[in-house]
Design a binder for this molecule. Structure first.
Ligand code: NAP
Length: 266
């Protein structure tokens, strides 16, 4: 029986990159999305083909749910439960940038509330639901700490510790999101569930499309020691490392996948 992963925001960008890498490992997938059904279907189809290409037979299902909404989060977990009856890996990936970048002396509450609801409240309470179900599964299958741990991975950002004064709401949301991992790692270790944070740097997706030229120049000028844009595959491969149990004695860990952006240099 295949392991099962639920990936939020997997229709496009980083989430899609994660889905494709998990498909190669033979995971059955729930591809969550907010509104872009065509993109979600394309990801689901491409994952099956990618799995097949490496000899894995997998099942993929799409599920629309806005993770900022209580009823949608419940429906997403219920869908996963009724479809697959198990959950081995939750990837909290879905997130949004502000619609308009505004100086922190001018930025409004509407954007702040939107980002806190989608980028913090959504993953926090979705993790709560997933964790309770994972505990149930662990107890019922009498899995011990020597068995493959279930896992929760949250995609935060270098914005968790980097001040960008034209998107304070995003930075504050990602800083808050970074507390999710130590909290749930501490709480869930006794149940054999490992919890990780992946902190992407500048990744080429729709989210960074509007600021492409700005980042092209910053990268060319040496923003990151590894002088290139990151890709969704870079993040997908980091998730795959965790998903295939290469870090079994680590929990609460942060993986920087940022071309070395976080290094202090002189
Ligand atoms: P993206 O290309 O804009 O894709 C966003 C994904 O999230 C889409 O699948 C979208 O679904 C989904 N989504 C948006 N709002 C949602 C909601 N309320 N409920 C459920 N799904 C929702 O973004 P990305 O660049 O891949 O970013 C993915 C994650 O990585 C985000 O958390 C982001 O903050 C983080 N990150 C990105 C970068 C970067 O440089 N790109 C850097 C650091 C961290 P639809 O297709 O249906 O709209």
């Amino acid at each position: 029986m295949n392991q099962v992963a639920l990936i939020t925001g997997a229709s496009r960008g980083i989430g899609r990159g994660i889905a494709l890498e998990l498909a190669k490992l033979g995971f059955d997938l729930v591809v969550n999305y907010a509104g872009n059904e065509d993109a979600a279907r394309a990801t689901a189809k491409d994952c099956v083909a990618t799995g097949t290409a490496v000899g894995k037979t997998i099942r993929t299902e799409i599920c629309q749910a806005d993770i900022s909404l209580t009823a949608d989060r419940s429906r997403l977990i219920d869908f996963t439960r009724s479809t697959y009856r198990r959950l081995d890996l939750l990837v909290n990936n879905a997130g949004v940038a502000p619609n308009v970048r505004a100086d922190i002396l001018e930025a409004g509450e509407e954007s702040f509330d939107r980002l806190m609801n989608i980028n913090v409240k959504g993953p926090y309470f979705l993790t709560q639901l997933a964790a309770k179900w994972m505990i149930e599964q662990t107890t019922s299958s009498r899995i011990t700490h020597h068995a493959s741990p279930r896992k929760i991975i949250t995609i935060s950002s270098i914005s968790a510790y980097t001040a960008s004064t034209n998107r304070g709401d995003y930075c504050i949301a990602k800083a808050a999101l970074s507390m999710l991992t130590p909290l749930f790692a501490s709480r869930l270790a006794e149940h054999g569930i490992n919890v990780y944070e992946i902190r992407p740097g500048v990744i080429a997706t729709d989210m960074t499309g509007p600021v492409k030229e700005k980042y092209d120049k910053l990268i060319a000028d040496g923003l990151t020691p590894i002088q290139r844009w990151g890709t969704p595959e870079d993040i997908g491969r980091a998730v795959a490392a965790i998903a295939q149990d290469l870090l079994p004695f680590s929990t609460g860990e942060v993986l920087n996948v940022d071309g070395g952006f976080h290094l202090r240099r002189l």
